[in-house]
Design a protein around this ligand. Structure first.
Ligand SMILES: C[S@@+](CC[C@H](N)C(=O)[O-])C[C@H]1O[C@@H](n2cnc3c(N)ncnc32)[C@H](O)[C@@H]1O
Length: 408
């Protein structure tokens, strides 16, 4: 079958209209004429007949087999415009404009957190990422996405999988880069006994990992896997959320600071371990609220150990079930919201009943962002601007920071 691609869908597949309906085509671009074999609603064995001017040679040699990236064949300028258009169309569905000012894309080799999969094989260990929609594992020695420090960890991970993995199950190995070495958390491994513990600890020592957590239990702590948020030194709990790249974190933080302006009292909601809290506390008092008690403990500890900041208070609280109420919000002149993909509907509905003049909303899901933006705008907030932040380059993931304001 020969088709012309109309546009890219949200998962990065090309969409073509044929008399029978829509056909999904992987690895293509709008305007391209392609041929392939039709299987249900998907085109396979795809051949590009007329390539787009935005098509490039994939920078990564694993692009064809690895499922980690979806947009390696596309020029950065196209991806930026496409990600911005995803935000615009989500907002348009709520009748809202999209005053987007710029897209900040993280460079190659900058991802500082990754989840590897590993499996014991007859001859050793296979470690890497899954092929697209598949259980097949693909080794990725030339990966263009990950920070070199994460690539350096792979040999140590192989040794962990060799002694701690079985041939029947796949291990999931979350690795976070820290100044003190890799912070590694493994699930799917053999149950711990004293022999395994000692062997794992030897590998941690040999490869200078900072921390190893096995099925939720810290089995080796060689050094605290610290992160720096502003002037604070924080040890996030194992496996805790961390912005995917340092460049992405900086872009988000710059936009949050710009959105807030010179506020005196700020609520940092969905605060994690304090990514935004500590830099904001350079100029404002901050109340940080987060659902995960261990993250708040890490934030509190860093607060006690950091000098020279404005006052920081904190609270462990489920903001879906118990959002900050209008009377609690009354003391803040600015609010930062950085919810998970589900968004912050309950908190937004309380915000519109408050007097808070400025909201900086960080979002990793344009659909829930647009819903929450609609709630704010219908209650009188103006959507001043949006900055798109792409710290998941070559993927279909979209993140952003938006400023909302109204007269106090
Ligand atoms: C996108 S992360 C942002 C964290 C932090 N702002 C940062 O930049 O590192 C979302 C945070 O929301 C927290 N969270 C998820 N559901 C929550 C809830 N119902 N109530 C409060 N916090 C929640 C998660 O634990 C996570 O730390």
């Amino acid at each position: 079958m020969r088709v012309t691609i109309d546009r890219l869908g949200h998962l990065g597949d090309g969409l073509a209209t044929v008399p029978e309906g829509t056909v999904f085509v992987p690895g293509v671009l709008p305007g391209e004429v392609v041929e392939g074999d039709l299987n249900a609603d998907k085109l396979t064995n795809v051949r590009i007949v007329t390539p787009s001017a935005d098509r490039i040679k994939a920078p990564c040699p694993h692009a064809r087999t690895c499922g980690g990236c979806q947009l390696q064949h596309v020029a950065d300028s196209f991806v930026e415009a496409w990600k911005a258009s995803i935000v615009s169309s989500a907002l348009a569905a709520h009748g809202l404009p999209a005053p987007i000012k710029g897209v900040a894309t993280s460079p190659p080799h900058s991802r500082r957190r990754a989840v590897f999969s590993a499996r014991r094989t007859k001859s050793g260990v296979l470690i890497g990422f899954h092929a697209r929609s598949s259980v097949t594992l693909v080794a990725i020695p030339e990966c263009r996405l990950l920070h070199p420090d994460l690539m350096d960890v792979v040999t140590g991970l192989q040794e962990l999988a060799m002694i701690g993995g079985s041939r029947s199950a796949e291990l999931s190995m979350t690795v976070t880069r820290s100044e003190a070495g890799a912070d590694v958390a493994v699930t799917g491994g053999k149950p711990l006994d004293s022999e395994l513990r000692m062997a794992l600890a030897r590998i941690v020592e040999k490869h200078q990992f900072a921390r190893l957590t096995w099925e939720g239990e810290v089995v080796a702590l060689r050094d605290s896997p610290i992160q720096r948020f502003g002037r604070a030194v924080v040890t996030p709990p194992s496996g805790a959320f961390l912005q995917a790249t340092l460049e992405g974190e900086t872009a988000l933080l710059d936009a949050v600071r710009e959105a807030l302006g010179p506020q005196q009292r700020v609520a940092d909601l969905f605060a994690g371990s304090g990514t935004f809290t500590f830099p904001i506390a350079e100029f404002a008092e901050v109340h940080s609220v987060e659902g995960d008690a261990a993250m708040i403990q890490a934030l509190d500890k860093a607060t006690r150990n950091t000098q020279g900041l404005r006052r920081i208070t904190s609270e462990t609280r489920d903001l879906f079930r118990r959002p900050l109420q209008p009377d609690e919000l009354a003391r803040f002149s600015g609010v930062v919201l950085d919810p998970p993909r589900a968004g912050a509907e309950a908190q937004t509905r309380c915000l519109v009943l408050s007097t808070v003049p400025v909201v900086a909303m960080v979002s990793c899901n344009p659909i829930t962002f647009a819903r929450d933006a609609g709630i704010l705008v219908s209650a009188g907030y103006a959507l001043d601007w949006i900055r798109v932040v792409d710290q998941f380059r070559w993927s279909t993931h979209v993140e952003l920071v938006a400023r909302f304001s109204r007269p106090s």
